[in-house]
Design a protein around this ligand. Sequence first.
Ligand code: PGA
Length: 251
Amino acid sequence: MSRRPFVAGNWKMHKTAAEAAEFVGRLAARLPAEVDVALCPPFTALAEAAAAAAGLRIAIYAQNMHQAASGAYTGEISAEMILDTGAQGVLLGHSERRQLFGETDEGVNAKLAVAHEAGLWAIVAVGETEAEREAGETERVLRRQVEGALCDIGSDRVAETTIAYEPVWAIGTGRTATPAMAQAAHAEIRAILAELYGDEAAEAVRIQYGGSVKPDNAAGLFSEDEIDGGLIGGASLTVEDFSAILAAAVP
Ligand code: PGA
């Protein structure tokens, strides 16, 4: 099965609305036809980014959401509010959300179910810490996170979900997993998906690699057959670096 490459830029807490719109405008001329592209701006830039991306092949994803439809959740936003900005998707379970803001597998699962119900695409991030890898627990952690996020999510919905494998020790550190290490983790994730949904559904799910992907290492990672693109942090902040990574994803 050949999956279309999918590269997303996770801007984290960077860029104003005006900067986001300007970025989208400049990226527009540098979109390879063979690659699906998404940007995850901060909440305050979603509407401007979505307006700038209208009619372009750039999907706009929020970086988080709350699972409730509305209510007394100070500082949170709902799926409907994300849709209201014109964005089409949401990133869930990023390791910074898990480590700094107490995100749990159960929480990611609740958010994913609500996102699907609302018609939002989702990227679910999973990945082990350095201590977990050194203790030989990588597979167990990935299984817990993947099974936890997808609990009671039907096979019709799993195709709308992208998994991002992001080893925590590689995020923002300049230490990338080698292509072979990433390929092995992706194969483990796909095997878990096959247990849950069968081979055909598992083959259709795109699995991105994230963690210090840069223009000079992207092609090596993307050449592995289990690596279907990337979730890019720091290198998604400039059009030059991000478009070089998009070019490296062209099969
Ligand atoms: P990085 O971040 O590319 O800056 O390592 C990746 C991510 O956290 O999604």
